[in-house]
Design a protein around this ligand. Structure first.
Ligand SMILES: Cc1cc2nc3c(=O)[nH]c(=O)nc-3n(C[C@H](O)[C@H](O)[C@H](O)COP(=O)(O)O)c2cc1C
Length: 187
């Protein structure tokens, strides 16, 4: 039996992106965003949905750039903090002992302590209602060397923080099967 839960904005799981930008005064800031993901391959694009009231919203519009930083499961406290308080009147990154690093490619900082970051140039904004979809063209992806295996990002080494319904954070589970491969068994 299926139970209807109504028209919720649901996807499972969700990322816990740390979206970093310079604010309208040029101060580095970051907020947590679970509503976002990959949108296009050519050109490579990522999207994040940001409510108009967020301080980050104005910063991204002013500087035309943002970075998406992937936190480790061990950074749940920092991610939650960035997602509960506004950078309008405080230096959230300093308070969370996170280091903003100036990107050489886009007008936005990235967060040194996160194992992976995606540097995006704002390509398009789409007003959806409560949230603006910021579509960023990926200019570079940076990763700490220790999360790579054979030059590729190894998700088990990243050990990303994952977000789910009901305001809960999770950690990645075990490897299940190889994609574009296991399904061939049903061919
Ligand atoms: C787990 C989590 C996920 C969130 N996802 C989003 C999101 O996708 N979009 C959004 O606008 N706000 C989201 N928020 C809320 C913002 O991160 C929060 O309002 C933050 O304080 C905004 O910071 P700012 O005012 O410095 O930009 C989320 C918060 C948490 C804790």
């Amino acid at each position: 039996m299926k139970v209807s839960l109504g028209p919720l904005p649901l996807a499972i799981p969700l990322p816990a992106f740390l979206v970093a930008s310079y604010d309208t005064d040029g101060k580095p800031n970051a907020m947590t965003a679970a509503w976002g993901g990959v949108l296009c391959a050519e050109p490579p694009c990522l999207g994040v949905a940001v409510r108009q009231s967020r301080w980050t919203h104005a910063g991204i519009l002013k500087h035309g750039a943002f970075t998406v930083n992937i936190p480790k499961a061990g950074q749940a406290k920092e991610a939650d903090f960035l997602g509960m308080y506004s950078g309008k009147n405080r230096d959230k990154l300093a308070q969370a002992s996170l280091t903003p690093v100036k990107s050489e490619l886009v007008d936005a900082p990235y967060i040194e302590e996160c194992p992976v970051q995606v540097e995006c140039k704002l390509e398009k904004t789409v007003e959806l209602g409560s949230h603006t979809l910021f579509v960023g063209q990926v200019m570079d992806v940076k990763a700490n060397a220790h999360v790579l295996t054979g030059g590729e990002i190894d998700v088990s080494k990243v050990d990303p923080l994952i977000y789910g319904p009901n305001n809960l954070y999770y950690q990645l589970g075990p490897f299940v099967a190889k994609a574009f491969s296991v399904g061939k068994a049903l061919k």
